[in-house]
Structure formats: C-alpha cells, structure tokens
Design a protein around this ligand. Structure first.
Ligand code: ADP
Length: 333
C-alpha cells in the first residue's frame, strides 16, 4: 500500500494547479475562437451580399430597361457596363435585337400610313363624285357616266388591296411557293405574248432578244408574275415608238432574266428607293400618265428572294432601264 509523503503531496498539488491553468487557457482560447468564427461569419455574409448585389446590378438594369420598353419607347437601349463580360455581351445581343424590332415596327408603321394614304385618295374621289351626282336631279345618262367614271377608281382600289394582301402574305411566309422544274424560256415567251397587244397598242416594239433553255426549281405562276410586272412597268414608262427586249441567259451557274427598255429611265438618286413599298419616282408623273400602286417591284423582289434569287435595276434617265433577275439554275436544257 502506497503512503503519500509530504514531498509527494506537494508534487501532486503542483500538478493539479498546472492542470487548472491549462483548462483555463483552453476555455479562453475556445471563447476567442467562437467570437472570431461569429465575426468571420458575419463579415462573409455581408461581403457575399455586397458582391451578389454588385454582380446583379447589370441584370437589374436590363430588367428595368426591358420593363420601360414599349411600342412608344423602342428607341431605348440597355446601358453597357463596359466590362466586356457575359452580362455585357447579353446586353449587346439584346440591344441588337431591339434595333431589329424597332426597324421592323417603323417599317410597319410607314407601310400602314402609306396604305391608308393610297386608299384614301380613290375613296375620297368616289365619294366626291357620288355626292355631286346626288346633289341635284340627274338623267339616267348622267348617272351612268358618273358610275363609269368611278370604275377606274374601283379598279385602283382593287389593285391596291390585292397587292397589299399579296405582300402581307409573302412577308408572313403564307404564300406556298411550288417547287417544280420551270423552263424559263417557255414561261417568259408566254408572258411576252400576253403583253404584246398592250405594247403594240402603245406603238412599242416588244421582243425576245435571246433565250437560253435554263431550268429553275420554282413556282411557274409567281415567276410569270415577276416577268409580267417588269413588262408592265416597261410598257408604262416607255414613250411610243420605244423598244422593250427580254432575254434569258446563263450567268455563272445562275439563270438570268433581263427586261430592257428605252423608256424615260430613273434618276440615280431615286434608283435605290424603287424597291421600297409605295415608292413612285415622281408620284404626280406616275399618277397622271401611268397609274401604279408603287408595289410592283416590291412584290417582284419578295417573289425572287423566296426563290433564293436577287433582283437589281440599272437606269439612265431618258435612255432606258434594265432590270436583272438572277435565279439559282437547276440546269440548262
Ligand atoms: P408602280 O406600280 O408605280 O409602277 P413599281 O414598284 O413597279 O410601282 O415601280 C416603282 C417606281 O419605279 C415606279 O413608280 C416608276 O417610277 C419606277 N420604275 C419602275 N420601272 C420602271 C421603268 N422600267 N422605267 C422607268 N421607271 C420605272
């Protein structure tokens, strides 16, 4: 049995004192650690919230701009932070999309305004003549004459309505283009035959200059409509005793249709506008001597582009005009 000596008891007391000190230090360290942990946690939360807010600020700006944009505020754009990061690239893409939408809406507004203007004039003329006819007692012959005079206005209204409908359907992709093998030369010859009496009546020579047997995949009816519109223009804008010639040729794997006339031509500064809807080079001249809707070339362009082709126009005032249609050829017979 061990008996504690005074020296042993002193030694044990010293050891227990040191253990108490170590425990006390450990408790202090634990307390400090807990406080540091809480502080670090709070700082981390605050910094995280700050960073998240900062990085989401451009997204908030995009949301705010998108909410402000309506049909009236289409000119507005999302501001760029200049950081060239993903958010900046997203804003640039959205801005480009807004630009396209704005251009489209402006075109639609212009189109609607032009269409209303185009319909208002013949409607006003018809109403005016009907009011004059009814303002006093008229004989049957006089009333008949009023009705006959109105026919040209009705025809004009009908033409504008048909052209507008066709363009709208072409824009919407609602016109189903057939894909059949079309021997261009045969179709062009038929259309030339169709317009020959009209040209003859005006004292114009109309003929086919050359005809390569090009074959294209397309809608024969619509392609004939293109050639018809171009011939109609040439006949309208070429003074008596002028010449109109049509040709079909190979051109770098494409089929090329050209309609040339020796007519009044188009000034260089007007040339880029003639494919715009309702554009007429000189509306007074066109309205008096050659009534048109200003939609013929736009329709040609829509049809040709739906066939994967292109249409261009060259002209010299008082010398003549040449319209060229290029279509992807399927082969040459
Ligand atoms: P329109 O029905 O008025 O003829 P288009 O769209 O076919 O409409 O043509 C637009 C304008 O381009 C015409 O008003 C006319 O001034 C001009 N134009 C088109 N073809 C010719 C041509 N062969 N010679 C002279 N001017 C032309």
């Amino acid at each position: 049995m061990a008996v504690a000596t005074p020296a042993g008891r002193k030694c044990i007391a010293q050891a227990s004192y040191k253990l108490d000190q170590v425990n006390e230090s450990l408790t202090t360290i634990r307390g400090i650690c807990a406080v540091v942990l809480v502080v670090v946690l709070i700082v981390a939360i605050l910094v995280g919230r700050f960073l998240a807010r900062r990085s989401l600020r451009p997204v908030q700006s995009i949301t705010a701009t998108a909410e402000r944009i309506g049909v009236r505020g289409l000119g507005e754009r999302i501001p760029l932070a200049g950081t060239n990061d993903e958010i900046d690239r997203l804003a640039t893409t959205l801005n480009k999309m807004l630009e396209r939408i704005e251009r489209f809406v402006r075109q639609m507004q212009q189109f609607t305004a032009d269409a209303s203007h185009e319909l208002r004039t013949p409607l006003a003329a018809l109403r005016g003549s009907a009011e004059v006819a009814l303002s006093q007692k008229r004989s049957t012959d006089e009333l008949r004459q009023t009705l006959e005079e109105g026919i040209s206005q009705y025809e004009r209204l009908q033409r504008v309505a048909e052209d507008l409908l066709l363009l709208t359907r072409l824009d919407a992709g609602e016109v189903v283009m057939r894909r059949e093998a079309v021997v261009l030369c045969d179709s062009v010859a038929d259309v030339v035959d169709l317009y020959a009496p009209l040209a003859e009546e005006k004292g114009l020579s109309l003929g086919i200059e050359s005809c390569d047997k090009a074959v294209v995949q397309g809608d024969d009816g619509r392609l004939r409509q293109v050639v018809g519109n171009l011939l109609d223009n040439s006949i309208k804008y070429t003074p008596p005793s002028g010449r109109i010639s049509v040709s079909v040729a190979k051109a770098h794997g494409n089929a090329r249709i050209q309609v040339k006339d020796s007519g009044i031509g188009i000034a260089a500064n007007e040339l880029s506008n003639v494919f715009n809807r309702f554009y007429r080079v000189d509306s007074s001249r066109s309205a008096v001597t050659a009534p048109g809707t200003g939609l013929g070339l736009s329709i040609c362009q829509s049809i040709v582009e739906a066939h994967g082709g292109s249409i261009t126009i060259e002209s010299t005032p008082m010398k003549g005009t040449c319209v060229t249609v290029l279509l992807p050829a399927d082969g040459f017979a």
